[in-house]
Design a protein around this ligand. Structure first.
Ligand code: FAD
Length: 377
């Protein structure tokens, strides 16, 4: 990686300071939804929901490499909390690609200035990896469309003012006829489900969203008619290395906590780290962590440099999510009984471990990443 410039170093320092000022929200005793909503508001006050929005529209105007550096730093100091802002970033990219001119600027500046959260409504009970099989429908009606269907596992669902919804033209087959729509969450017919009580993801809210004959105008359509699949692929490709950056930051945090414990915990008269059963797996994990970082920032710099990046983005996500889970799992093993949560450090590793299991599915499972890579070999 290139040495960081002054602005990037300042961004990382700001992210560290932001995290130390806000980490107490997670242990505030608020219920999970309230804590996640407070945390999102804090991220938005710091501009972390709008890193990719140009400065003249009120965002931070960062490129992908700098955004990845900030995500990595935030995920190191506030692990397992970034899903809300990352989801908004995916939606921002979709709006940047799918909207034109004044309308695009108006939406992006509203997101930046109002600290908006945006929800990404793709997955359905019957359509996960196989996104072409979604059953949500967008029927033409008058000068717009009527959207009907049920979406699952929507991050930000209860705090989003805007939703990007994937729906298909009735009677269409496969990827053709798939479209993305920008939907105001306050429209009649939009019903927000109760937040899930999932393990992990302490800083995020997610749940179902039902669209019951929701009327939307013609200009809610993102991109050209029938372009939803291509819009989705481009957005997911760009989002994957950002998720990988978040995995890398959390993995480094888990690694540092485990290494510290291994060097300080004495058993059989010596630190755990002096036993090769502990030090050699850590050496391997340190190597994999470095590889995650290199893959991640290579993919991000390809995006910034307008080079091909789809395969590299999937490689980064695949490797970084696997490595995060393996470091967190090994960490739980090395902690021994502390994995029951007997110290703040131990609770942090357990939190990272719970999050890591789900990080493997976000933006496509490990097998989906392998399918993307295989298709380009
Ligand atoms: C924490 C979290 C947040 C999420 N946030 C959102 C969100 O905000 N909005 C949204 O729309 N979605 C969201 N998702 C959904 C996510 O995109 C899906 O979980 C993902 O696409 C996989 O779908 P699925 O879980 O139904 O798994 P399935 O598609 O049922 O797959 C289950 C397993 O089978 C494997 N598999 C499936 N098909 C094949 C195949 N052809 N070949 C080999 N293996 C295969 C998969 O790799 C996986 O291991 C989120 C998921 C998680 C875990």
């Amino acid at each position: 990686m290139h040495p960081l410039n002054e602005r990037q170093q300042a961004l990382i320092e700001d992210a560290r300071r932001f995290a130390s000022e806000n980490i107490q929200i997670l242990d505030s005793g608020d219920d999970r939804t309230a804590a996640a909503a407070r945390l999102y508001r804090a991220f938005a006050r710091g501009g972390y929901h709008a890193l990719l929005i140009p400065e003249d529209l009120g965002g931070k105007g960062l490129d992908y490499v700098s955004t990845g550096l900030v995500y990595e730093a935030l995920s190191y100091h506030l692990p397992a909390t970034l899903h809300g802002p990352i989801t908004t970033a995916h939606c921002i990219e979709m709006i940047r690609i799918g909207c034109q001119g004044a309308r695009r600027d108006e939406i992006l500046s509203a997101i930046a200035s109002k600290g908006m959260a945006v929800g990404f409504c793709l997955t359905e009970e019957g359509a996960g990896s196989d996104i072409a099989s979604i059953s949500t429908r967008a029927e033409r009606s008058g000068r717009g469309f009527t959207i009907t269907g049920n979406k699952s596992i929507v991050i930000n669902h209860a705090i989003a003012s805007l939703l990007i919804v994937f729906a298909a033209r009735p009677g269409r087959r496969g990827r053709a006829g798939l479209n993305a729509f920008l939907v105001d969450a306050a429209l009649p017919g939009v019903r927000i489900g109760k937040p899930y009580e999932t393990p992990g993801f302490p800083g995020s809210i997610m749940g179902d969203v039902v669209f019951d004959h929701v009327p939307v105008s013609r200009d809610s359509l993102l991109g050209e008619d029938d372009s939803g699949y291509f819009l989705l692929m481009e957005t997911l490709d760009k989002g994957r290395p950002l998720v990988a950056a978040s995995c890398t930051g959390a993995a480094r945090k888990a690694f540092d906590l485990v290494l510290d414990h291994a060097k300080n915990r004495i058993q059989f008269g010596k630190p755990l780290f002096s036993f090769q059963g502990i030090s050699l797996p850590l050496a391997e994990l340190a190597t994999r962590l470095e590889a995650s970082r290199l893959l991640t920032f290579d993919a991000l710099s390809r995006i910034d440099g307008n080079r091909t990046f789809s395969m590299e983005a999937s490689m980064a996500k695949l490797h970084a999510a696997d490595t995060l889970l393996d470091i967190a799992s090994f960490g739980i093993e090395v902690l021994g009984y502390r994995a029951a949560g007997t110290s703040a450090d131990a609770r942090e590793i357990v939190r990272i471990h719970q999050d890591a299991q789900l990080m493997k599915s976000i933006d496509g499972t490990a097998n989906v990443q392998k399918m993307v890579i295989a298709s380009q070999l």
